[in-house]
Design a protein around this ligand. Structure first.
Ligand SMILES: Nc1ncnc2c1ncn2[C@@H]1O[C@H](COP(=O)(O)OP(=O)(O)OP(=O)(O)O)[C@@H](O)[C@H]1O
Ligand SMILES: [Mg+2]
Length: 384
């Protein structure tokens, strides 16, 4: 072969290979949200001229976990990136393996180091964190958390939710999330359902659960959910807290100083009195109380609006907390009793969504849309 042709061919080989590296750099690992090239998953790209106008392209891929559920998806994208190359006919040949332990450790260390640079508790992060609390149990914290998170996700916000109620976890059931989080050498990937990145103790089976939750449980579980899970940098993080007034809120405030407390109450005085106390916990820690949600406010039946649990609880909590805390704690929403909350909750889909995952076009979903919008307005006066 003449020297000039050899050089041309070499040039073309280099051109094709570097163009393919570039194309692959746009393929994201769906769980880690980073390019498969940056993650070191593409190990080699080698183009061979078949001398008939076509090229064989061998792509060596190393995934994080063998048989990882997303490997088909990643392989298909690499395949497409090669075969859709515009200026030559390329025939992809993928060799898919998994990273060795050393490489995986380095990758996880790298991800952890990065995350440390950008954790939830840094001032100025974009993530708005809403901790959903109540004094009394059973007022609808988990239902509100699930539907609110689903609403945020349906509105296009990158949304995460943590089931901080480690003994009475609810989110896996409400979201129909049956998968276990993928464990990448000690770093956990949240499970995404209905567009929301979820993490809950309920996702771990017996033995795993025991290992995860040693030590002073409440604080440690929350710390682990924040530190050992790859969250990226969501726009919104919702925490579904356990009922009660004290410990949990203090733990959240310590772990997440930017978290804003949202107090859920029902309309009757017995619930609203305890709800006020749950808001007053914020006096002990530097935590802003963002507002109050009154749940189960009424039930529309045969054209009549029935106030089954009485009236005024949300307004009372808002007034009391505003007075006690010295800044406005608004009543953000009054949510109706709607049997679909329970029915859809049991079916594994938040009631604000239709079967295709879109926000429903009805008054109930509208109430959550308005609530989400109200929450995203920056608080006017932060607690000093
Ligand atoms: N607006 C509503 N309309 C109808 N049912 C509701 C509504 N809100 C909550 N529920 C139902 O009330 C029950 C308690 O709700 P949920 O579990 O959300 O409360 P919680 O405050 O998280 O409870 P816990 O204190 O046990 O964590 C559930 O069966 C739920 O389906
Ligand atoms: Mg709950």
């Amino acid at each position: 072969m003449p020297a000039a042709t050899q050089t041309d061919e070499k040039d073309e080989k280099t051109t094709i290979e570097s163009a393919l590296w570039e194309r692959c750099a746009h393929i994201m690992d769906p769980e880690l949200g980073r390019s498969v090239v940056d993650l070191g998953m593409i190990v080699g790209i080698d183009a061979t001229d078949n001398q008939d106008g076509t090229w064989d392209v061998a792509v060596t891929v190393e995934l994080t976990v063998p048989g990882c559920p997303l490997s088909d998806q990643i392989s298909a994208q690499i395949h497409a990136a090669v075969s859709s190359y515009p200026t030559a006919v390329l025939i992809p040949h993928l060799e898919v393996g998994s990273m060795d332990e050393g490489k995986l450790k380095d990758l996880v260390a790298d991800l952890k180091a990065q995350r440390r640079e950008n954790p939830f508790n840094k001032p100025g992060i974009k993530t708005r964190i809403f901790a959903i609390a109540s004094g009394k149990g059973g007022v609808g914290k988990s239902s509100v958390s699930a539907n609110l998170a689903a609403t945020f996700a349906a509105l296009g916000y990158d949304t995460a939710a943590i089931d901080a109620d480690i003994y009475g976890f609810s989110l896996p059931r409400l979201f129909g999330a049956h998968a276990q989080p993928t464990n990448l050498n000690g770093m956990l990937m949240p499970v995404t359902r209905w567009g929301v990145k979820l993490m809950s103790i309920g996702m771990f089976a017996g033995a795993d659960r025991a290992i995860l939750w040693r030590g002073p449980r409440l604080q440690r579980s929350l710390d682990q959910f924040l530190a050992d899970v790859w969250w990226g940098e969501p726009d919104v993080l919702i925490l579904d807290l356990a009922p009660g007034t004290g410990d949990m809120t203090i733990s959240v405030a310590q772990a997440l100083p930017n978290a804003e407390l949202v107090v859920v109450t029902t309309p009757q005085p017995s619930a609203s009195d305890v709800a006020v106390r749950s808001g007053l916990v914020s006096l002990q820690v530097p935590m802003h109380v963002r507002g109050v949600i009154e749940n189960m406010s009424w039930y529309d039946h045969a054209g009549e609006r029935l106030r089954i649990f009485g009236e005024g609880g949300g307004g009372r909590v808002s007034t009391h907390l505003t007075r006690a805390l010295g800044y406005e704690v608004p009543l953000l929403a009054q949510l109706p009793l709607d049997p679909r909350i329970r029915e859809d909750g049991e079916a594994g889909r938040p009631a604000v969504l239709d079967a295709d995952g879109w926000l429903r076009d009805d008054g109930f979903a509208d109430a959550f849309r308005d609530l989400a919008t109200a929450l995203m307005v920056p608080p006017r006066a932060m607690a000093s």
